[in-house]
Design a protein around this ligand. Structure first.
Ligand code: NAI
Length: 335
């Protein structure tokens, strides 16, 4: 049986992979994949990694030195991989789509929590405080949602917004005109989206073009009441600029499932420690900010799909007699 070294393991990963695995011996490691831990993969032909693992040149070299032949990412994004360095050395696979509903529904959950201040009322009523002073929200019906990135998740989020009776404007360098025509939504330029939207939700990948797409300049264009939702990647937002705008009351609220410096913090219980990240601490302390720990993907359906597709990617790799880069779900430089 081929062995898989599985990094950054959480109980829910083990449960779903053990449920669907029949062909592999999986060695689960709680450690993240880094240059320090890569040697744990010795004796395994495959490595399985996740969003906050580091897959840079030293890690790729170490994996190859230790006999690893393939990297199976159990996620859609791959911005944490040095693809240019891996090209031609280490075949990489990913799970391009597992449940766009999981992520889009979480984005709407953040929006509803913030808008109707449910995070506040939950705490109040647990303390038998039934006052509703200060909990006034606004109707989503009739408001304008600006959606950046109209791929799989963006489209589901748009449908949810339309269900709430919202108007949708979208920005995507590769617009899906048929989807827009079917739904009666409009593609606009970035600046127009920033200035017209009551809600802005990010559903684009992290690339050199999208890094800090929300920055001091774009924040200046937004309505004072805008709610910004980010369930995509932390570095889409310049968090220092976001914090400044929140402090100066230049924007309304922010719901963040991702954070640019999340790697060593998210997915870990840090409740007994002092967090050495002032921006994160200040964001967490704000009444109009909700932070969740990169959990938008975390539904039963998504976990099952992730495990099944990851294992199938490895089955395809080990069975193939062609170039692995040509197999479905292969990731390569220039994607
Ligand atoms: P997708 O590939 O189906 O869609 C991405 C869309 O973004 C495409 O339409 C693409 O044209 C567009 N895009 C590319 N460059 C852009 C730019 N410069 N500006 C605006 N749009 C641009 O991807 P999918 O499945 O919808 O996922 C979107 C993102 O969600 C992923 O890249 C990932 O970062 C994030 N994600 C987060 C999860 C979480 O648990 N929080 C889970 C899964 C994905």
């Amino acid at each position: 049986m081929e062995k898989i070294a599985f990094f950054d393991t959480k109980p829910y990963d083990k449960e779903s992979f053990d449920r669907f695995n029949t062909n592999y011996k999986i060695q689960y490691f709680e450690d993240k994949l880094t240059a320090r831990t890569a040697a744990l993969a010795k004796g395994c032909r495959a490595v399985c990694a996740f969003v906050n693992d580091t897959i840079d040149a030293p890690v790729i070299d170490s994996l190859l030195d230790n006999g690893v032949e393939v990297l199976a990412m159990r996620c859609a994004g791959y911005n944490n991989i040095d693809l240019r360095y891996a090209e031609g050395k280490l075949p990489i696979f990913r799970v391009p789509a597992y449940s766009p509903y999981a992520v889009a529904e979480h984005a709407m959950a953040l929006l509803l929590l913030l808008n109707r201040k449910v995070h506040k009322s939950y705490i109040r009523t647990r303390d038998f405080n039934f006052s509703i002073n200060g909990l006034t929200g606004f109707d989503l019906h009739g408001k304008t949602a600006g959606v950046i990135g109209t791929g799989k998740i963006g489209q589901v989020f748009i449908d949810i917004c339309l269900g709430f009776g919202m108007t949708v404007v979208a920005y995507d360098p590769y617009p899906n005109e048929k989807f827009a025509a079917d739904r009666g939504i409009t593609y606009v330029g970035k600046e127009e989206l920033f200035s017209r939207s009551d809600i802005i939700s990010l559903h684009c990948p992290l690339t050199k073009d999208t890094r800090y797409i929300i920055n001091e300049e774009s924040l200046q264009l937004m309505k004072k009441t805008v709610t910004i939702i980010n369930t995509s990647r932390g570095q889409l937002i310049d968090s220092e600029a976001l914090l400044k705008a929140l402090r100066e009351k230049r924007i309304g609220a922010a719901g963040l499932d991702v954070y640019e410096e999340e790697t060593d913090i998210f997915y870990e219980d840090k409740s007994g420690e002092i967090i050495n990240d002032d921006i994160l601490s200040l964001l967490v302390s704000m009444p109009n900010v909700i932070i969740t720990s990169h959990q938008a993907f975390l539904t039963e359906e998504a976990l099952s799909a992730i495990a099944q597709v990851t294992l199938k990617n490895l089955d395809d790799f080990f069975a193939a007699d062609t170039d692995p880069a040509k197999l479905p779900n292969a990731v390569h430089y220039g994607m």
